[in-house]
Design a protein around this ligand. Structure first.
Ligand code: PMP
Length: 412
């Protein structure tokens, strides 16, 4: 992992430091949004002069846009090895994709207590039942099974990889449990899809949601891919042109999915970028890709554990694999101050906060904000070492600059 796997834009970006001078920008906040692949940026630049309204335009640009947009469905479906009859709905992001699924479920949904808010809040509207996770994945799956045995559900929804700790869940095993109890499985793939090959067919995943901006594509396009039947009859995500077959003044006949849920002019460039990103990522050797990610993670965790008072967080004692997303706390230290220092004095971008997972942070006993470092295919060992070096300096000599807490954040 001393080299990046693929080229990304912004890797030679330089940023000003408060101490004077400038530094290479070290982007360790890729779980929030990942930098576009160079190939994606080139594709977008090629497409910009040609983008036009899809589906209805007769002109050349409209035809190109329609073809790019519609062929993206097959590319995305192929990338995650969707079943032949699965549908790919383009949304704004994972949040919208999961919200759409929540409105389509014909029954109750069972979920764990470790989810990102995007896979928690939509189920709070009435149809969600929460299983409390245990210390181990193994016992958590037993609890899940017991819950489904006690009362049936239509859907089980879990995160593929935690956006707080990077730990993954055994999706194949969860699918088996869900299916045996008559439920389908949905996976919030926002953090898993950018780090590991996901295979719907192999793992028995019925629905998968993910975001383009976390898988090396700019602009707001996301995906819900999965079984068509529920989505064909669910209330349309938006009401408007494109989603309807026939309209009278007081009624309408809606198309089936995906058109049903894609009313209005779609984000053609965003979808084209997403499709190019997954084609590039899909060409990586799956093991080399995962090894690059694991090597960086191991290097970071080992380095953090060697620092006094620094604690990486984890949910389970037996999780088998984890992606390049690591959150940690430093004893007696405000995470927001550390994050401000890393940026202002070292040009390192991490994230501080509660990571849209307030119940999980509470469960882990983290009171207040924590720090999170996350990487991707453009990351290198030098990025990890830059962070470890800066944290060492912080712990030994403290910030060189004076910081003040104003407007809810620390600033030099
Ligand atoms: N789920 C997980 C696990 C995430 O990490 C995120 C993004 N932080 C989301 C859902 C939501 O993604 P988006 O903001 O693109 O809708």
């Amino acid at each position: 992992a001393d080299r990046s796997l693929l080229g990304v834009v912004g890797s030679s970006l330089r940023v000003p430091l408060v101490t004077g001078g400038e530094s290479r920008y070290v982007n360790l906040d890729q779980a929030a949004s990942a930098p576009a692949l160079t190939a994606v940026a080139e594709h977008v630049a090629e497409l910009l002069p040609l983008y036009a309204s899809v589906h209805r335009g007769a002109g050349y640009a409209s035809q190109v846009s329609t073809s790019v947009y519609e062929s993206a469905r097959g590319i995305v479906g192929g990338f995650v090895n969707a079943r032949e009859n699965d549908v790919v709905v383009f949304t704004r992001n994972t949040t919208e994709a999961l919200g759409l699924l929540a409105s389509a479920v014909p029954g109750e949904t069972v979920l764990l207590d470790i989810e990102h808010h995007a896979n928690l809040l939509p189920w709070q509207r009435g149809s969600g039942r929460i299983v409390l996770s245990a210390d181990t994945v193994a016992e958590t799956l037993e609890r899940l099974d017991a819950e489904l045995a006690a009362r049936p559900a239509a859907l089980v929804t879990v995160t593929g990889a935690s956006n707080v700790t990077g730990e993954t869940l055994p999706l194949r095993a969860i699918a088996t449990i869900a299916h045996r109890r008559g439920a389908r499985l949905a996976v919030d793939g926002a953090q898993l899809v950018p780090h590991r090959r996901v295979d719907l067919l192999r793992d028995g995943i019925d629905y998968l949601a993910f975001s383009g901006h976390k898988i090396y594509a700019p602009f707001g396009a996301g995906v819900l891919v999965g079984r068509k039947d529920w989505l064909d009859v669910a209330p349309p995500l938006l009401q408007g042109g494109g989603a309807v077959a026939e309209v009278t003044l007081h009624g309408a006949t809606w198309h089936p999915a995906p058109a049903r849920h894609e009313a209005g002019s779609p984000n053609v460039v965003g979808v084209a970028a997403l499709a190019r990103a997954v084609s590039e990522i899909g060409r990586l050797d799956a093991d080399a890709w995962a090894d690059h990610d694991r090597a960086l993670r191991t290097r970071l965790i080992t380095g953090l554990e060697a620092l006094p008072g620094v604690h990486p967080h984890r949910i389970f004692s037996d999780s088998a694999d984890a992606v390049g997303v690591v959150s940690f706390s430093i004893d007696g230290t405000d995470a927001r101050l550390v994050a401000a220092y890393l940026s202002a004095e070292h040009g390192i971008g991490v994230r501080d906060g509660r990571f849209c997972a307030h119940p999980l942070l509470a469960k882990l006993g983290i009171d207040g904000p924590a720090l999170r470092a996350s990487f991707g295919v453009g990351s290198t060992e030098a990025d990890v070492d830059a962070l470890l070096g800066a944290l060492t300096l912080f712990l030994t000599s403290g910030p060189a600059w004076r910081y003040e807490f104003v407007g809810g954040q620390w600033a030099p």
